[in-house]
Write a protein that binds this ligand. Sequence first.
Ligand SMILES: *Cc1c(COP(=O)(O)O)cnc(C)c1O
Length: 384
Amino acid sequence: MTESKNALATQCIHAGQEPEPITGAVMPPVFFSSTYIQESPGKHKGYEYSRTHNPTRTALQDSLAALEGAKHGFAFSSGCGAMSTLLMCLSQGDHVVAGDDLYGGTRRLMAQVFSRFGIETTFVDLSDVSNLEPALQKNTKFVWVETPTNPMLKLSDIKGLAKITHAHGAALVVDNTFATPYLQRPIELGADLVVHSTTKYLGGHSDVIGGAVVTNNDQWAEQLAYLTNAVGAVPGPMDCFLVLRGIKTLAARMEAHCLNARKIVDFLVEHSKVEKVIFPGLKEHPQYELCKQQMAHPGGMISFVIKGGLEAAKRFNESTQLFRCAESLGGVESLIGLPAVMTHASVPLKVRENLGIVDGLIRLSIGIEDPIDLLKDLGQAFER
Ligand SMILES: *Cc1c(COP(=O)(O)O)cnc(C)c1O
């Protein structure tokens, strides 16, 4: 037999999901129970209280760990809940180096919330590995990167960052939300911890909020298990079930997202009303070569600058019909957004412009509809 070409597609469906032993149910049941009977005080079957452990959550955590090629998985009530719990592994006086165009909520957590507890963050452009070394301090514990970023789709060299981070005795955290383990496997590239907003591609249907942290390291896992229980940002069993169900079709969905994105990129590049297309699969993209090495496909997210600035961008956003104007990404339905007035409205103009988030920048999350219909929709919106 030859090696399977897409082992991850199989793992998506089976990892962590043994049939339920009592009934044989193929899908992990949703265990709506806050507590579990103890045969005698202190003697139980591994489950005592659902903040600590819940069987539906265990199934999700095992699945997430397997997909990322890690030993340990932890599920949370949201991506922000996952990141907060991970940041609580740090102590007063510790330091973080983070990418400069992180998800807005991540930046807010670091700059506005954890800073109040004496945990400082330095933001630098980590798409250039040589920016890391000068930003490191004696007390740096985490180097935190998103790749690709939102909405500029900048890539960072995970392997390169891991080498420098480890030489410094710090840990590399990679937010893998945009790529998913189907396109990029940070642990194999040297990351110590991987975080996710499972709200996006992993859930995949825009019907649940969730987050995750996975690691191969037993010490981090021990701290995370402790903090999951101590802090309590845990997901409910129904949310775990929904993310698990989403994961089953991750491989099929990602293939469709990526194929559709490619076709739409080809259309946008040729269009006379488009000033610039940002997509890591284009030769002009500054990390085009890195994308080929680090990712299986360039992904399903596209940013482009429309001619005519804010007014044209607004009108375009109002004119699409299949592409719904909404925040979030990674669902089966295509979404369109205007970062300057939506996701990044709170970012000061100067910072925004430095990052390249100009008024005419439009972000597309490509869904899995028929690509012809998506192209038609964009075409008629340009006409308007
Ligand atoms: C959405 C998102 C988050 C935050 O996750 P929530 O589930 O909304 O709390 C973190 N990182 C990235 C890259 C995201 O897109």
